[in-house]
Design a protein around this ligand. Structure first.
Ligand code: HEC
Ligand code: HEC
Length: 340
C-alpha cells in the first residue's frame, strides 16, 4: 500500500530511567515510539475497548493504586469475578514473566491478549465482537497512521500500542531510590534504614525472592545474565495436607500440570507496594502489617505446614518496633510522582 513511505517518521521514545539502570526489554517488532505510547495510553483508558463499553484496562489498573485494583479480586466488564487480584503495573518492561503464575507468556504482547479475549471469566469480552469494537475506534485512524507503518486499526496494532504504554510505566523516584541510588543519605529515616537491613537479612530472607532493583526475581535485562523465572509456595494455604491452595487456584500447577507446582506464584515487585493493597494473588491479605505477620509465622494457618512451602519461609521472631521499621522501609518504595 505504500502508506509508510508518506507517513511522518515516528519519534523515538525517551525512557524515564535514571542513569545506571539497564535498558528494558523491547521486542524487535514493536519498538518504542512516542506515537505508540500516546495512542496506547488513550486505548488503555477507553471503555469502548470492552464489549459493553463498561470497562477499560484502567478499570482494573487504577493509576492512584499504582495501576492495580483495590478490590480483592477484579470484576470483569459483564460482572464476572476474576480468580485473582489485579497486579500493579510497575516497571513491567523488565518482567521475565507475566501474571501471578505463568511460565509461558514470553512477552507483554502475549499477556495483553488475555484481558482482551478471555472468555472464562470474561474480562473485556472482545471475542466474537472484534469488528464491532474496531468500528468504534475509527476516530483513532489518524493516530494509528502516525504510529504504524501499515496504518491499520486492528487488534495487532492495538496490542502493540497498549504494550508500549504499559512499558512506559517506569518508577524510579522513591525515597529508597534517592537513598540507595542517588546518594541522598537523608532520604530514608533511621527506622526505614533499620527496616531495609531487616529486609536484606538472612533472618527475614525477603530479598531472596524479592531481589534486585525491582524487588522481584522474575526480571530480564542486560544486568541479569541468568534468566530467572521463579515461582514460590509461601504457605498461604494447605487445603488437603498435600499442599493444595484454596478456591481452585493452584498457581503454576494450573499451567504446568505438575503437582509439585501447587501454590507456586511469582514474587511480584514491591515497588509502590503501599499503594497496591490488598495483597497476594487472591487479595486475601489486607495490610502490610498482616503480610509481615504471615511471614513471621512461616505461613498462614494450615499453610504453615504446607509440604510444598519454600525453605525460605521458615518464620522468624520480630519485635513490634522491628515490624514498624520494616513497614517504613516498604513504604519508602512509594514513588509519588508515578501516580500523580
Ligand atoms: C477485569 C479486570 C482487568 C482488566 C479489564 C484488565 N486487567 Fe490486567 N490484570 C488483571 C488481573 C486480575 C491480573 C493478574 C492475572 C493473573 O495472574 O492471572 C492482571 C495482570 C496484568 C498484567 C501483568 C502484570 C505483570 O507484572 O505480570 C498486565 C501487563 C496487564 N494486566 C495489563 C492489562 C491491560 C493492557 C489491559 C487492557 C487491555 C488489562 N490488563 C485489563 C485484571 C484486569
Ligand atoms: C520464598 C520466596 C519469598 C520470600 C522469602 C518472601 N516473599 Fe514475599 N512474596 C513471594 C511470593 C511468591 C508472593 C506472592 C504469593 C501469592 O500471591 O500467593 C509474595 C508476596 C509478597 C507481598 C504482596 C505483594 C503483592 O503485590 O500483593 C509482599 C508485600 C511481600 N511478599 C513482602 C515480603 C517480605 C516483607 C518478605 C520478608 C519478610 C517476603 N515477602 C519474603 C515470595 C517470597
Amino acid at each position: 500500500m505504500g502508506v509508510g513511505a508518506c507517513s511522518p517518521k515516528p519519534t523515538p521514545y525517551e525512557w524515564q530511567i535514571p542513569p545506571g539502570f539497564p535498558a528494558p526489554n523491547v521486542p524487535e517488532d514493536n519498538p518504542m515510539t512516542v506515537e505508540k505510547v500516546t495512542l496506547g495510553e488513550k486505548l488503555f483508558n477507553d471503555v469502548r475497548l470492552s464489549v459493553n463499553e463498561q470497562q477499560s484496562c484502567a478499570s482494573c489498573h487504577l493509576k492512584s493504586f499504582a495501576f492495580s485494583d483495590p478490590k480483592k479480586v477484579s470484576i470483569g466488564t459483564t460482572g464476572e469475578a476474576l480468580a485473582r487480584n489485579s497486579m500493579a503495573l510497575v516497571n513491567v518492561a523488565y518482567n521475565g514473566s507475566f501474571t501471578w503464575a505463568h511460565n509461558g507468556l514470553g512477552s507483554l504482547e502475549k499477556q495483553i491478549l488475555i484481558p482482551l479475549f478471555n472468555e472464562e471469566p470474561i474480562e473485556m469480552g472482545v471475542s466474537g465482537f472484534e469488528t464491532e469494537i474496531l468500528a468504534r475506534l475509527e476516530e483513532y485512524e489518524d493516530e494509528f497512521a502516525l504510529a504504524f507503518d501499515n496504518a491499520e486499526v486492528d487488534f495487532d496494532n492495538i496490542v502493540k500500542a497498549l504494550a508500549s504504554y504499559v512499558r512506559s510505566l517506569t518508577s524510579f523516584n522513591s525515597d529508597f531510590d534517592r537513598y540507595a541510588y542517588f546518594n541522598d543519605d537523608s532520604a530514608l529515616s533511621e527506622s526505614a534504614i533499620r527496616g531495609m537491613d531487616l529486609f536484606f537479612s538472612e533472618k527475614l530472607e525477603c530479598f531472596h525472592c524479592h531481589g534486585g532493583f525491582n524487588f522481584t526475581q522474575s526480571s530480564k535485562h542486560a544486568f541479569q545474565k541468568l534468566d530467572l523465572v521463579s515461582f514460590h509456595n509461601t504457605g498461604l494455604y494447605n487445603e488437603d495436607e498435600k499442599g493444595s491452595y484454596a478456591n481452585g487456584d493452584q498457581g503454576l500447577a494450573d499451567i504446568t500440570f505438575n503437582d509439585a507446582h501447587r501454590g507456586k506464584f511469582r514474587a511480584p515487585t514491591l515497588r509502590n507496594i503501599e499503594l497496591s493493597a490488598p495483597y497476594m494473588h487472591d487479595g486475601s491479605v489486607a495490610t502490610l502489617s498482616e503480610v509481615i505477620d504471615i511471614y513471621a509465622a512461616g505461613g498462614r494457618g494450615d499453610g504453615i505446614n504446607n509440604p510444598l512451602k519454600s525453605p525460605f519461609v521458615q518464620g522468624f521472631d520480630i519485635t513490634e518496633e522491628e515490624k514498624q521499621d520494616l513497614i517504613n522501609f516498604l513504604t519508602s518504595l512509594t514513588d509519588e510522582s508515578f501516580v500523580e
